[in-house]
Design a protein around this ligand. Structure first.
Ligand code: PMP
Length: 431
């Protein structure tokens, strides 16, 4: 049988790259099959190595809010590259970026650029620990904050205070300082705070969870965490790597009007180049070196190409508030019609949408946290995913990932997606 190009490339990749990929989420592990290798994209159409075109709902896992190869981003990168790809010294564009972030997210009084969301979250908890002089952090089961050691911990059931590493290579010493709470459950947080009185430096969370499918915060959850952090003198960290500059100019903070002490960014802030950032209140950020004693650094941090790409994309979002309105209308259009289809096909589901993030859970449960997310029928998703892929729709290859819509999606593309979904659901339920 003749291999298609993705099969051929995946075979080659596996010889030299662990699992054939440079990040596990793209490996099709939970849906099976061969990951599609792409070589170009424009707007919301992404093209594979065999020349097949797909409507893209991954958007590089979030950054491409205005579509691929967005002309101002492409031009900014081209222009910047002529003047050198890196200086490792201060540049004016970094100040422009910091000022722009502050205008869009007003409580980010100072911001430090890094190269990924992982780095941003790792640095934010170090800063919180340095600032408070406390060592433990509370995170939520099913939230993802990158692959820093402190985040790769899953609490053993019944032993919430004694974290167990969920990846070999993470030490027990690290695990004991990470406490896991239940998303949308303030009581579980209060319990941990009580059991670890005076030891909790920070609570970190995705204000809208996007890494166990899309799960919104229940009313009062974010407000409750804000209040608990005030009461226990812990730093509230919103991980806005997915939600930042997506759910509104000021991200989830603006959308829910709950303001954290520190915020982490990634994805959109770099326009598709490797960028992350963490920032927040001046008195907290001033503990960061060289101003303060908490060390944090990066040879390529504030890189001119990355800053140029990010600045071009963020400027477009700042100057065009209507983009957020259009994007929300498109996502709502898709959500409403997708619900109708799921109802017509009599498939058990729960579906969430916040702004331009959405996802479907094939379950009869109401999904509010990690354990209810896990009731989703993964086999049904696997079939649905491949049927959609075969019909030219590229969804995130996992039932536990949010779909990210881009404003480059047209209503024709949304309608084509719905037609594909109608057929895919018909096949999925028959199997
Ligand atoms: N935080 C969140 C909420 C994320 O979704 C991700 C990545 N998907 C990260 C942190 C880590 O970012 P990166 O992959 O850029 O290291």
């Amino acid at each position: 049988m003749l291999l298609n190009k993705s099969e051929f490339l995946f075979n080659r990749a596996q010889q030299f790259i662990p699992g054939g990929v440079n990040s596990p989420a793209r490996a099709f592990k939970s849906v099976g099959g061969i990951p599609v290798f792409f070589n170009k994209a424009k707007g919301s159409i992404i093209t594979d190595e065999d020349g097949n075109e797909y409507i893209d709902y991954v958007g590089s896992w979030g950054p491409m809010i205005l579509g691929h190869a967005y002309p101002p981003v492409v031009k900014a990168v081209q222009d910047a590259s002529f003047n050198s790809t890196s200086f490792g010294a201060p540049t004016e564009i970094e100040i422009n970026m910091a000022e722009l972030v502050q205008r869009m997210v007003p409580n980010v009084e100072k911001v430090r650029m890094v190269n990924s969301g992982t780095e941003a979250c790792m640095s934010a908890i170090r800063v919180a620990r340095g600032y408070t002089g406390k060592e433990k952090i509370i995170k939520f089961e099913g939230n993802y904050h990158g692959h820093g050691d402190a985040f790769l911990i899953k609490a053993g059931s019944g032993a919430l205070t004694l974290g167990q590493p969920s990846s070999p290579g993470v030490t027990k010493g690290t695990a004991k300082d990470t406490l896991n709470a239940d998303y949308n459950n303030l009581e579980s947080v209060e319990k941990l705070l009580k059991e670890n009185k005076g030891d909790v430096a920070a609570i970190i969370l995705e204000p809208v969870a996007g890494n166990m499918g899309c799960i919104p915060p229940e009313p009062g959850f974010l407000e409750g965490l804000r209040e608990l952090c005030n009461r226990h003198e812990a730093v509230l960290i919103f991980d806005e790597v997915m939600t930042g500059f997506r759910l509104a100019r000021g991200g989830a903070q603006e959308r829910f009007d709950v303001w954290a002490d520190l915020v982490t960014f990634g994805k959109i802030i770099g326009g598709g180049l490797p960028v992350g950032a963490f920032g927040g209140k001046k008195d907290i950020m001033d503990v960061v070196a060289p101003m303060g004693p908490v060390y944090q650094a990066g040879t390529l941090s504030g890189n001119p190409l990355a800053m140029s790409a990010g600045l071009a994309q963020l400027s477009a979002l700042e100057n065009h508030p209507e983009y957020y309105v259009e994007l929300e209308e498109k996502t709502e259009y898709l959500e409403k019609r997708m619900r109708l289809l799921l109802n017509e096909h009599e498939i058990d589901y729960d579906m969430h949408r916040v702004g331009s993030m959405t996802s479907i859970f094939f379950t009869s449960e109401t999904v509010t946290n990690f354990s209810t997310a896990n009731t989703t029928n993964q086999e049904l998703f696997r079939i649905f995913f491949h049927e959609m892929l075969n019909r030219g729709v590229y969804l995130p290859p996992s039932p536990f990932e949010s779909w990210f819509l881009a404003n480059s999606l047209t209503y024709e593309m949304l309608d084509a997606t719905l037609t594909a979904a109608d057929e895919a659901l018909e096949v999925a339920k028959a199997k």
